[in-house]
Design a protein around this ligand. Structure first.
Ligand SMILES: Cc1ncc(COP(=O)(O)O)c(C=O)c1O
Length: 382
């Protein structure tokens, strides 16, 4: 039985071309990019090239892109970097209730240090309301931090609108775009965004590498101190091989985005229609927004059957899916995202996330849907 991987929102396999682009930086080009000799200069030149090509595809100047260890570090760097750079004592942050923990936990840390954080609510589709953002703004608001695409349900937030509002009030605006990269066009030249977090491993790049975009004139304090790398904004010898892989993944997958979209839409449709045929429309619910969402993430609930049971049975059948929620001491917590969407308890307790990727075929999706329908029928009988 060949396992079927439907957890691309968690991570993706490294593409062979990406791996190939990385390998020379473990062998021939091992020099430290900060070294002044020829070994170092060779690596430095390559690093500059990777920054240039990545920046070009994101439509931003290369100097405004800082390579990091991934989405988590980029989010931390943005949030702590902005509040620590603030000179007038602004102590308020606006974010949403459905952010990734890489935003929520830094915000909680700031609360413990005396900051106030407004966690904006979302509607039952996972969307924030622009009026709520407006109402939350205070004279001492130091930052608005919001995700572009939610990692559990795929809902897309109105980033342009929020960005325009933030600009009109001169509040720095950070966007966690980890799940948006490769799915939505990210034109940093036109998007009203001051900071944007990106990660390589969601787009067939390596784990442990990503970037933070920082717009011109935005003051961000460094969060690690040491050498002068990344224009003194992020100390530490650069992960050159990782950056090579990230740049390659961006180079391959950003231009392919539109081409991929219809295929993913088809996979999603097939999954839903097989489930509909097998189980009937009323026996499951799809969580998230109908239109304002990416097709790559399909979050479905099967009321009456627990998420854990569904995932375990799928795993036994060779299908890797996920719940958005964290697993602590062997049992799943209810997802904070679905809770914030105020979905009924039987929906939040039975949600499973399927996330599609490049390697998935129609046959795999049909097989998964058939297996899933059989599992649901069997468990409902019990
Ligand atoms: C929305 C979002 N933000 C941040 C992260 C963290 O990124 P990384 O795994 O690169 O640290 C993830 C990872 O799942 C994510 O989905």
């Amino acid at each position: 039985m060949n396992p079927i991987y439907l957890d691309h929102a968690a991570t993706t396999p490294v593409h062979p071309d990406v791996l190939e682009a990385m390998l020379p930086f473990y062998t021939a080009f091992f020099g430290n990019p900060s070294s002044t000799h020829s070994f170092g200069r060779g690596t430095r030149t390559a690093l500059n090239r990777f920054r240039d090509s990545t920046a070009k595809l994101l439509a931003c100047p290369p100097s405004q892109l800082i390579f990091t260890s991934g989405g988590t570090e980029s989010n931390n760097m943005a949030i702590f970097g902005i509040v620590n750079a603030d000179k007038v004592g602004k102590k308020h942050i606006i974010t949403t209730q459905i952010e990734h923990h890489a935003v929520l936990h830094p915000c909680e840390r700031l609360e413990s240090l005396g900051y106030e954080v407004t966690y904006l609510p979302v509607d039952p589709t996972g969307l924030i309301q622009i009026e709520d953002v407006e109402a939350a703004i205070r004279p001492d608001t130091a930052l608005i931090s919001m995700m572009y695409v939610n990692n559990e349900v795929g809902t897309i937030q109105p980033i342009e609108q929020v960005g325009q509002l933030a600009r009109s009030r001169q509040i720095p605006f950070h966007v966690d775009a980890v799940q948006a990269l490769g799915k939505l066009s990210l034109n940093l030249d036109t998007l009203p965004v001051d900071l944007m977090s990106l990660s390589a491993h969601k787009i067939y790049g390596p784990k442990g590498v990503g970037a933070l975009y920082i717009s011109k004139n935005m003051m961000v304090s460094p969060h690690v101190y040491g050498g002068s790398q990344e224009r003194k904004r992020r100390a530490g010898t650069e992960n050159v091989a990782g950056i090579a892989g990230f740049a390659k993944a961006v180079e391959i997958f950003l231009p392919m985005m539109e081409q991929m979209q219809p295929k993913v839409v088809e996979l999603r449709q097939i999954m839903i229609s097989v489930l509909e045929q097998q189980l009937g429309l009323e026996s499951f619910t799809i969580n998230g927004h109908k239109e304002q969402s990416i097709p790559h993430i399909l979050n479905i609930s099967f009321p009456g059957i627990s998420t854990e049971t569904l995932l375990m049975n799928l795993d036994l059948e060779g299908v890797a899916a996920a719940s958005g929620s964290a697993c602590t001491s062997g049992s799943l917590e209810t997802s904070h995202v679905l809770k914030a969407m105020k979905l009924p308890e039987n929906v939040t307790a039975s949600a499973v996330r399927f996330s599609f990727g490049m390697g998935n075929s129609i046959e795999q999706i049909e097989t998964t849907a058939q297996k899933l329908a059989a599992i649901v029928k069997r468990l409902r009988k019990i």
